[in-house]
Design a protein around this ligand. Structure first.
Ligand SMILES: Cc1cc2nc3c(=O)[nH]c(=O)nc-3n(C[C@H](O)[C@H](O)[C@H](O)COP(=O)(O)O)c2cc1C
Length: 206
């Protein structure tokens, strides 16, 4: 059994929808088991956003998703992180989860596991690539083995349409007001990322 974890943080649901696509892709691999977990929201953000319908609805839709733990990270053979952009890099909620996993780093618990990232921004040039690239840094400190998204398997990237996806990560563009649904091409690339990380994780397990 190859165990793949999809830990994500999502305020408005785009990353959550991408997480489900990633999980679907993992399921294409024989003998793969996938678990989606959400990184917990800050109480201060919950309070600040309590009057914003889009946020409240998106949080409600995720209520049944278990909260991510460090034991989940240890359980997994591969980890595909769902990281929306905050000022061009990862949200503090995700950073806190990663920073608080120092004991795992110290023990080398994640070394040699396959990993990948999917992301989301409001705007096309708002930081999809910087979010992926800067998020890779702590993942390499953990000794994770990074799996990207190659052009060869993802012809959807060869376009000047405002879709997500780059060699660094699967991604989606939520739109300036956040009302876009993930494009079908974004979901397809997210599925392929899930499948690719599961393939590598399986091979690494031997
Ligand atoms: C504090 C904050 C900072 C943000 N910074 C950026 C940014 O730098 N570039 C951008 O395009 N979108 C930015 N956004 C928009 C989010 O990236 C977008 O809402 C998110 O990717 C949608 O994913 P979600 O629906 O899963 O929350 C920001 C949103 C917030 C709340």
């Amino acid at each position: 059994m190859t165990k793949i974890l999809v830990p994500y943080y999502s305020s408005y649901g785009h990353i959550y929808k991408m997480a489900k696509a990633v999980a679907e892709g993992v399921s294409d691999i024989e003998g793969a088991e996938v678990k989606i977990v959400r990184v917990e929201e800050f109480e201060a953000v919950k309070a600040a956003m309590s009057g914003q319908d889009a946020y409240v609805e998106a949080q409600k839709a995720q209520e049944d998703i278990p909260v991510a733990t460090h034991d989940d990270l240890k359980w997994a053979d591969g980890i595909v992180w769902g990281i929306p952009t905050r000022y061009g890099s990862m949200p503090a909620q995700m950073k806190q989860f990663i920073d608080s996993a120092g004991a795992l780093w110290m023990n080398g618990d994640l070394e040699g596991k396959a990993t990948g990232i999917f992301s989301s921004t409001n705007t096309i040039h708002g930081g999809q690539e910087t979010t992926a690239i800067t998020s890779i840094v702590p993942l390499l400190h953990f000794g994770l083995i990074y799996v990207g998204l190659p052009y060869g398997e993802n012809p959807e990237m060869m376009t000047d349409d405002p879709v997500g996806g780059s060699p660094y990560s699967a991604s989606t563009v939520a739109g300036p007001d956040g009302s876009n649904e993930p494009d079908e091409r974004d979901l397809t690339m997210a599925k392929r990322l899930g499948k690719r990380v599961a393939t590598v994780a399986k091979a690494l397990r031997g």
